[in-house]
Ligand binder design. Structure first.
Ligand SMILES: [Zn+2]
Length: 210
C-alpha cells in the first residue's frame, strides 16, 4: 500500500505537477502545458494544432515483436493491455489513470516519431512500450479477480479518454519509470541526445519535505 502511494505520487508529480511548476516559474520561455480532452470531437479538432490530431490516431498499428505480425487496434483497447502490463491492477485507480494518460501520450508520440517502418509501436518494453494480451494477463491473475481487475483497468483508460500531456501543443515524449530514488535525472544525462524542457530534475520523494 505504501509502495502504491509512492508510485501514485511519483506519477502525478511527473505528469502534472512538474509541468505546472515549470510553466509557473518560467512563463516567458515556456508555453503553457496542458492536458487536452476530447469533449467534443469537432470542437477539439479546431482547437488543437493541426500537427497533433488525436482522432487521427484512433487506431494504431501494433507490431508483435515475437511473431512480426502487425495488428491494427483501437488505441484505447491497446492501452488496456499496456496499462495491465505496466502497473499492478491492485494499485489505486488514480495511479492507473495517471499511467493511462502517460501511456496514451507516449503512444501518440511514437506514432508521430516512428521507430518501425510498418508499425506505430511494438510490444517490446525495451524498444517501445510493454503490452500483454488479455489472455496472458488473465492467466497471471487469480481467477476470482480477473473480471474486476480488468474492469478497473478499463475504467482507468475510459475515464481518461482523449487525455494526453502536451507541451507547446504537442504530445510530450512521456517517459515513465516504476521506481524513484527520490529525485529524477534529466534524460540528456542518461541517454544523451536532445534536451526536453518539460523533463527536468525534480525531487519526487514527498516525505523529504519538498
Ligand atoms: Zn519498438
Amino acid at each position: 500500500m505504501k509502495r502504491a502511494i509512492l508510485y501514485f505520487f511519483a506519477f502525478v508529480f511527473i505528469c502534472f505537477l512538474l509541468p505546472a511548476m515549470l510553466t509557473k516559474t518560467n512563463d516567458k520561455e515556456m508555453e503553457e502545458v496542458s492536458v487536452s480532452e476530447e469533449r467534443n470531437e469537432e470542437e477539439n479538432m479546431e482547437e488543437v494544432d493541426n500537427d497533433y490530431q488525436y482522432l487521427k490516431y484512433g487506431a494504431i498499428k501494433l507490431l508483435h515483436s515475437k511473431t512480426g505480425e502487425v495488428e491494427e487496434v483501437p488505441i484505447d483497447d491497446y492501452l488496456m493491455n499496456v496499462v495491465s502490463a505496466e502497473m499492478p491492477a491492485d494499485f489505486e485507480l488514480e495511479a492507473l489513470k495517471a499511467q493511462a494518460v502517460v501511456a496514451r501520450t507516449y503512444t501518440i508520440y511514437k506514432t508521430l516519431n516512428k521507430k518501425h517502418d510498418n508499425a506505430d509501436i511494438c510490444d517490446d518494453s525495451t524498444c517501445c512500450q510493454a503490452w500483454i494480451s488479455k489472455e496472458d494477463r488473465f492467466a497471471k491473475w487469480e481467477e476470482k479477480k480477473r473480471e474486476s481487475n480488468w474492469q478497473k483497468i478499463s475504467d482507468a483508460v475510459n475515464q481518461t479518454k482523449g487525455k494526453v500531456i502536451t507541451y507547446a501543443n504537442q504530445p510530450i515524449n512521456a517517459f515513465f519509470h516504476s521506481n524513484s530514488g527520490g529525485i529524477t535525472e534529466t534524460p540528456v544525462n542518461v541517454w544523451g541526445g536532445g534536451n526536453y524542457p518539460y523533463l527536468q530534475t525534480v525531487q519526487t520523494d514527498r516525505r523529504r519535505g519538498v
